[in-house]
Design a protein around this ligand. Structure first.
Ligand code: PHE
Length: 450
């Protein structure tokens, strides 16, 4: 469907387009870059289990709430909550959900674009044959040099920001769904091939144990908070991305089925990425807790050794960059939709302004690595869960039961009550408890500012 600047809403052409777009938002660097690196940092199995539980118990119900809020009023997150506050007769102050969300999206994009830039660099390096037969020491120093090369990172960051702004300016329905429909399955197949390769040459059993053998003695309170934060991050929850996509969803589609599909695909891709990366990590004596570089120092080892590795590797990093691209678009769409719908600015102008803000933030992340860490930590571990908490309370307590029931008509009464109970009681309490119990991590983050 063509995009019209003056049109308040865009409208997905079918239920599948929505699933594809939401999957495009959810599947990104969070699955392939972040999930493996934090799993490595927080000790494996027990962390993975908590992450899976958070997806099931908190993520899925919150995602349903986000979509139903967005779809009910068919507007950007700020205006959707504002008009709901009128029709549901609650305070307009709840629109803070939208404002906080837009801010969070901008802050995530500031470091996300840097990591996406690294992926672009790896496309170039793989295609050039730079990783052929590469050794562990050489790839580690390649990555270090990239991180020390600020102008190069700036160039890739700028390229990625422009790509994202381009899609936002044109309007997100044009082409994005189609691209995802073709590219996601290819990414999936390549990941499976990598798993097969890692199985043959890597320490697969050790990796499997690391990911799935649950040892609670390794689980710290901090790990629980990070696992919950990542459940929000990976599903794109708590900042309005899914809400604004929901505003383009048709009324007839089933929210619950859609959410289950998206959550399933997203989780599957993260676990498969883990199974591709960790066998290589263990076989090459890379420390699992190596941090944000983990994917970038392990995967080239596989591509460097594989027959036709340059081709595989290039395609793989292109697909990662595209997955990051479709996520980045959704990070900024709430802000662009707000400027476009509320102030009447054209989409290109709105996209340009928003992209300029995040580009400047990215600049900061390149020159002050601390800023990168701070943004990565506080967005996922604090801002997204806080957004999710407010969204759950809004859908569970502030909207009338009749209104939410109407959006979730497809559920049986029992299923509806399950969602309702989780949204009203379980999710808010879980988020709150995990939040306040983590003084250790709060102190660590405070130290980052010093
Ligand atoms: N879910 C995306 C990923 O896993 C990141 C993202 C977070 C996108 C929040 C939108 C909103 O890479």
């Amino acid at each position: 469907m063509a995009i019209d600047d003056n049109q308040a809403t865009i409208g997905w052409s079918s239920r599948w387009t929505f699933i594809l777009a939401a999957t495009g938002s959810a599947v990104g660097l969070g699955n392939i870059w972040k999930f493996p690196y934090i799993t490595g940092e927080y000790g494996g199995g027990a962390f993975v289990l908590v992450y899976l539980l958070c997806i099931a118990i908190i993520g899925i119900p919150v995602m349903m709430s986000e979509i139903l809020i967005g779809r009910n009023k068919q507007q950007n997150p700020v205006d959707a909550v504002l008009s709901l506050s009128k029709s549901e007769k609650v305070s307009p102050a709840w629109s803070i959900i939208g404002i906080l969300g837009i801010l969070t999206g901008l802050m995530i994009m500031m470091f996300y674009s840097i990591v996406a830039g690294w992926s672009l660099d790896y496309v170039y390096a793989t295609a050039n044959g730079q990783f052929l037969q590469i050794t562990q020491t050489n790839i580690a120093s390649y990555f270090e040099q990239l991180r020390a090369n600020s102008p190069l990172q700036l160039a890739w960051h700028t390229a990625f920001t422009l790509l994202t702004a381009g899609v936002l300016a044109a309007g997100i329905n044009r082409g994005l769904g189609n691209a995802i429909r073709i590219l996601m399955p290819i990414l999936f197949i390549l990941l499976l091939l990598l798993v097969g390769y890692s199985y043959q040459i890597g320490h697969f059993a050790q990796a499997f144990n690391f990911l799935f053998a649950v040892d609670f003695s390794k689980l710290t309170g901090e790990a629980v908070l990070v696992a919950m934060g990542h459940a929000f991050f990976t599903l794109s929850l708590g900042m309005g991305a899914i809400m604004v996509y929901g505003s383009y969803m048709t009324k007839s589609a089933s929210i619950a089925n859609t959410v289950l599909t998206v959550a399933f695909l997203d989780t599957l891709i993260a676990l498969i990425a883990g199974l591709a990366i960790f066998p290589l990590v263990f076989a090459n004596n890379i420390t699992p807790s190596a941090g944000p570089g983990l994917m970038f120092v392990s995967l080239p080892l596989a591509f460097g050794a594989l027959p036709y590795g340059e081709i595989f590797g290039t395609v793989f990093f292109v697909l990662i960059a595209i997955a990051a691209w479709s996520s980045a678009v959704s990070l900024l769409e709430p802000g662009v939709a707000l400027l476009n719908q509320r102030l009447g600015w054209s989409r290109p102008l709105s996209a340009l302004l928003i992209a300029l803000i995040t580009w400047c933030g990215g600049l900061g992340c390149i020159y002050y690595a601390q800023l990168f860490d701070v943004l990565d930590h506080i967005t996922a571990n604090y801002m997204l869960p806080l957004g999710g908490l407010l969204i759950s309370i809004f859908a569970g307590w502030k909207m009338r039961r009749k209104t939410v029931r109407n959006e979730l008509k497809e559920l049986s009464l029992g299923q509806f009550n399950l969602w309702y109970g989780i949204s009203r009681v379980i999710a808010p309490i879980a988020i709150f408890v995990i939040f306040i119990a983590q003084l250790e991590l709060h102190n660590k983050i405070l130290r980052l500012f010093q």
